[in-house]
Design a protein around this ligand. Structure first.
Ligand SMILES: Nc1ncnc2c1ncn2[C@@H]1O[C@H](COP(=O)(O)OP(=O)(O)OP(=O)(O)O)[C@@H](O)[C@H]1O
Ligand SMILES: [Mg+2]
Length: 275
C-alpha cells in the first residue's frame, strides 16, 4: 500500500500543475489580485479563473487570507490591486446572484423567524408575490430535507438543520455562485459528511458554481474539481491541484481511491510546512 502511494505521489508530483485557467467557460476571473489592509499585505498576485459549474475548494493555514479572498469574490470588499471579473465585467459591488453560506449559521439566521419565514426573507427581498412564495419555500425546504421542520425556530433545530436552513435561504436567491466559508466546520463528522453529499447534489442539479473554503483537507478533495492551496504572508497561490476523481462521489469508495489518498498526502505535506 505504501509503495503504491509513493508511486502515485511521484506520478502526481510529475504531472504538470493544474492550470489557473478553467476548462469551461470562465465565470469569475482574478488577475493579479492583491489586497493590503493598512501595512498588512494579505493577498498577492492571485491569478485564477473559475468556470461555470466548477467546484473550487481553498485550503491554507489560518490567517493566510482564505476568507478575505472569498469576500473579494463576493464583491463585499475591493482588491487593492489587479482585477476581479464576473461574467466578463469588472466586479465593483456584490452581485445578487452570488450567495454566501457562513460557518456561523446561528448568526446568519433570524431567531424570531421560523424556518419557512427565514427562507421567505430572501424571496421577499427579491419581490416575489406572497402567493408564489409558499410553493417556493416548500420546494426549497424539501431540497435540504427540512420539510417537516418548516414551523420550527432556529433555536429548536440542531446545528446541521440550521446549516441546511441557511443553505435553503441562499438557494432562495437563485444563485449562480455559492461562496462557502468553512460551512461545516462546527458540525460533527457524520452530519458533515451528509451535508457534503447534499451540497454536491444541489450544486450538480442546479449547475451552480461553488467556491468552498475549508480547513479539512479531505473535505476539499472530496468536494472539489480543483483545490487552491494558499501559502501565507502574504497569501499566494502555492498550488492549484486538479482532483481527478469520478463523480458522483461516494463517502466510502471515493475516500479509498488511491488518487484520493495521494492527494491527501500531498496537501498534508503542504500544510505541515506551515505548522
Ligand atoms: N477587515 C480587516 N482589517 C484588517 N485586517 C484584516 C481584516 N480582515 C482580515 N484581516 C487580516 O487579513 C489576514 C487574513 O485573514 P483571513 O480572515 O482572510 O484569513 P483566513 O485564511 O480566513 O483565516 P482562518 O483560517 O483563521 O479563517 C489576517 O492577517 C487578518 O488579520
Ligand atoms: Mg477564514
Amino acid at each position: 500500500m505504501t509503495a503504491t502511494l509513493h508511486r502515485l505521489d511521484r506520478k502526481l508530483a510529475n504531472t504538470p500543475p493544474a492550470s489557473a485557467k478553467t476548462k469551461g467557460k470562465p465565470l469569475i476571473s482574478l488577475k493579479g489580485v492583491g489586497l493590503t489592509f493598512g501595512s498588512n499585505e494579505v493577498l498577492r498576485d492571485i491569478d485564477v479563473e473559475i468556470g461555470e459549474g466548477e467546484f473550487v475548494c481553498v485550503i491554507g493555514p489560518s490567517g493566510c487570507g482564505k476568507t478575505t479572498l472569498l469576500r473579494i469574490l463576493s464583491g463585499l470588499i475591493q482588491a487593492s490591486r489587479g482585477t476581479v471579473s464576473y461574467r466578463g465585467k469588472e466586479q465593483r459591488e456584490p452581485a445578487s446572484d452570488i450567495a454566501i453560506v457562513f460557518q456561523d449559521y446561528a448568526n446568519a439566521l433570524l431567531p424570531w423567524r421560523t424556518a419557512s419565514q427565514n427562507v421567505s426573507l430572501a424571496l421577499e427581498a427579491a419581490g416575489m408575490p406572497r402567493a408564489e412564495r409558499r410553493d417556493r419555500i416548500a420546494e426549497l425546504l424539501s431540497k435540504v430535507g427540512l420539510s417537516k421542520h418548516a414551523d420550527k425556530f432556529p433555536s429548536e433545530m440542531s446545528g446541521g438543520m440550521q446549516q441546511r436552513l441557511q443553505i435553503a435561504r441562499c438557494l432562495a436567491q437563485n444563485p449562480s455562485v455559492i461562496l462557502m466559508d468553512e460551512p461545516f466546520g462546527a458540525l460533527d463528522a457524520m452530519t458533515r459528511q451528509k451535508l457534503q453529499d447534499e451540497i454536491l447534489s444541489i450544486v450538480s442539479e442546479s449547475n451552480v458554481t461553488a467556491f468552498f473554503v475549508t480547513h479539512d483537507l479531505e473535505e476539499a478533495i472530496y468536494l472539489g474539481d480543483r483545490v487552491i492551496a494558499l501559502e501565507p504572508n502574504p497569501g499566494r497561490i502555492a498550488e492549484l491541484i486538479d482532483v481527478p476523481l469520478a463523480r458522483p462521489r461516494n463517502q466510502l469508495t471515493t475516500r479509498e481511491e488511491p488518487e484520493f489518498l495521494a492527494l491527501r498526502r500531498k496537501l498534508f505535506d503542504f500544510v505541515l510546512r506551515y505548522e
